[in-house]
Design a protein around this ligand. Structure first.
Ligand SMILES: NC(=O)C[C@H](N)C(=O)O
Length: 341
């Protein structure tokens, strides 16, 4: 392998990478090799995942920890906080150069963004999953895992924020989202990938412009739980009572996954104004996957004291809102945070 920094001390030793396994399809198993979509997630233990990719040992010294063994749709804030604390703890160790988190793909984008916001380390953190179980023909998990270890052990990934290695690309954990549910090219960012990883080498072309990790004001070491944030999905013919149900369940903020440019039906505006006046934070996002939701476009956010989610999709806006609410309920501060992260 070509060493970009040959001659330096760093090039003479292999990096130490810890693989934290949480389950998902990358640890899934199906009955037959033809089963690419029908299988059980979260079956294979971390040591077997590592043993299945012997090439990893040429790139890094790795060890695995089984943190959870679940499908990622079953993640709750409890798992997010526990995982975040473990990543933070490991990266404080001098003998750990980077961390890989194996994860189901369904909520991978949320966990990646969460770690990007709250882990105060510039060491590489890579979240990785697969679209096919390891038992399937053309399973994608082995290469994705090898690529994840490559990025987690690379000097080039230091300070780049949490990344996601899927399908030969290095995606930005903040930006990326799952766009299709059955093919290996499922992960996409409207701002493009950060780079590629090919045959044990990283090729970066872009950097994240938003605050993350060491430049973030949030720290998982200070967070023990997250406030509840709800999402209401926009469509025609909505039920205003859904917002009341969220508030009654204890939601401190509601992300409105509005139509189009975060638009809100005329018959829902009074309901949202009412819940805001009683203390719940209202955040306008959009069900449209790309674009940005602008302040005071579509709705007078200044007048109603609402917040806009910028380019964050509803699931990512929910993560940022929950993290931000651990520090402030002030809507001006929350809006600043939504611009800066
Ligand atoms: N491809 C996957 O990993 C999907 C699975 N349901 C999960 O998120 O755990």
């Amino acid at each position: 392998r070509e060493m970009p920094e040959s001659g330096t001390a760093a090039a003479t030793r292999k990096p130490n990478v810890v693989i934290l396994a949480t389950g998902g399809t990358i640890a899934g198993a199906g009955a037959d090799a033809a089963n690419s979509a029908t299988y059980t997630a979260a079956k294979v233990p971390v040591d077997k995942l590592i043993a299945a990719v012997p090439q990893i040992s040429t790139i890094a010294n790795v060890r695995g920890e089984q943190v959870f063994q679940i499908a990622s749709e079953s993640f709750t804030d409890t798992q997010l906080v526990q995982l975040g604390k473990r990543v933070s703890q490991l990266l404080k160790q001098d003998d750990v150069d980077g961390v890989v988190v194996t994860h189901g793909t369904d909520t991978l984008e949320e966990t990646a963004f969460f770690l990007d916001l709250v882990v105060k380390s510039d060491k590489p953190i890579v979240v990785v999953g697969s679209m096919r179980p390891g038992t399937a023909i053309s399973a994608d998990g082995a290469l994705n895992l090898l690529d994840a270890v490559t990025v987690a052990g690379s000097k080039e990934a230091i300070g780049k924020g949490v990344t996601v290695t899927m399908n030969d690309t290095i995606q930005c954990g903040r930006d990326v989202n799952k766009r299709t549910n059955v093919v290996p090219s499922a992960f996409y960012s409207q701002w493009g990938p950060l780079g590629m990883v090919v045959e044990g080498k990283t090729y970066f072309f872009r950097s994240l412009a938003k605050r993350h990790n060491t430049s973030s004001e949030f720290d998982i070491d200070q967070i023990d739980s997250l406030p509840l944030v709800g999402i209401v999905y926009g469509s025609g013919n909505m039920i205003p009572g859904v917002y009341d149900a969220e508030v009654q369940a204890g939601a401190k903020a509601i992300v409105n996954a509005g139509t189009g440019n975060g638009s809100v039906a005329g018959y829902l505006v009074d309901k949202l104004k009412d819940i805001r006046s009683k203390g719940t934070i209202v955040i306008r996002s959009s069900r449209v996957p790309d674009g940005i939701v602008l302040r005071n476009a579509e709705q007078p956010d200044d007048k109603y004291d609402w917040v806009v989610a910028n380019d964050l999709n509803p699931a990512k806006a929910k993560i940022l809102a929950a993290v931000a609410l651990t520090k402030t309920n002030d809507t001006k501060e929350l809006q600043r945070i939504f611009w800066e992260y």
